[in-house]
Design a protein around this ligand. Structure first.
Ligand code: GDP
Length: 311
């Protein structure tokens, strides 16, 4: 990618897309193309084709998706499977047809089998049943991976796939009904501190383990892969370490400065017991995550409190 290359970031207002735009701008890329949801509905095939024919981006970061936490995935399965299949099929196909040089597709660690051995290697894909609470999203993302691989095999289209672990960072979704655990807990602890509530409720048993990657690290990895990786194999992007939800709650409690109790609501689902990616492949390519979790959480809490003040 040279600094004048025409680069389309799909989903530029989301957690991942906005971080990719920041990283591209910081890297001196001057020719970014973005469209808001109102300007371009990526589930509309004709609109996506017309956009690609007009703009002809040379590079595409496909960070647009319908995403959400355990509750949203579990209760809105039709939207998760439909919207993701449509968005990715439309964008990958239009990019290939209009001569895009390279496309990066973003998947997720939930594409792997629920009981995959830990840490999860890329080759465990499709080796067992999925976690039922998010299989709709996972099946769509797996179809996206297969589509990239098929277009590479049949048409020689340079589409690569990155599989990030659980992400967090500024600009995250803090809506308690649809968010992931980390932003949800930042909000819950902050609100409890403000209102002087005696306790904060954490869903599940607190024992599931998750790995958390700061979205600025992911964006850095996406630029790195766009520059240095060309291949059919998917590439995990993570930090290589995980913590329990109970430990995460404690870290967030401290970062927020809340002194009350933590209560576990075991009527809520735990989801998959553990989800830690094996990051050997991306380490061998020469990339590593840099932002420590405690530091990333502190910065995310600050950004959240600032955004409340600004609103
Ligand atoms: P997952 O990684 O796909 O399971 O998605 P989540 O980030 O939504 O949930 C991760 C784990 O955190 C699950 O075990 C949840 O039950 C647990 N958890 C605890 N409190 C919360 C909360 O307030 N919101 C969410 N989304 N998850 C929570």
């Amino acid at each position: 990618m040279n600094p004048n290359a025409r680069i389309y970031v799909a989903g530029h207002r989301g957690l991942v897309g906005s971080a990719i735009c920041r990283a591209l701008e910081a890297g001196g890329y001057r020719n970014l193309v973005t469209r808001t949801h109102a300007e371009l509905d990526l589930t509309d095939q004709a609109a996506v084709r017309a956009f690609f024919e007009e703009v002809r981006p040379e590079y595409v970061f496909l960070a647009a998706a319908r995403v959400g936490g355990i509750l949203a995935n579990d209760t809105r399965p039709a939207e998760f499977i439909r919207d993701n299949l449509l968005i990715q099929t439309n964008v990958i196909d239009a990019a290939h047809r209009t001569g895009t040089r390279k496309l990066l597709f973003l998947g997720s660690s939930c594409i792997y089998p629920k009981h995959a051995p830990q840490p999860i290697k890329e080759e465990y894909l499709l080796s067992g049943p999925l976690e039922p609470t998010n299989e709709w999203y996972a099946v769509a993302k797996i179809a996206g991976i297969k589509m990239c691989q098929a277009y590479r095999r049949q048409y020689g289209f340079d589409a690569i796939c990155a599989m990030p672990t659980n992400l967090y960072g500024p600009g995250d979704n803090f809506d308690l009904e649809t968010s992931h655990v980390l932003p949800a807990l930042i909000r819950k602890f902050h609100e409890a501190k403000e209102s002087g509530a005696p306790s904060v409720t954490v869903w599940g048993t607190g024992t599931p383990r998750r790995e958390f990657l700061h979205v600025d690290d992911l964006a850095d990895a996406c630029l790195f892969l766009m520059q240095h990786y060309e291949g059919e194999e998917i590439v995990n992007v993570g930090v290589g370490e995980d913590i329990s939800i109970g430990e995460l709650a404690e870290l967030i409690r401290q970062a927020v400065g809340y002194t009350g109790a933590v209560v576990f609501d075991t009527t809520k689902p735990d989801g998959t017991p553990r989800k830690l990616l094996d990051v050997g492949r991306i380490h061998a390519l020469g990339w590593r995550a840099r932002i420590p979790l405690a530091e990333g959480i502190r910065a995310t809490v600050e950004a959240y409190v600032d955004s409340l003040a600004a609103a």
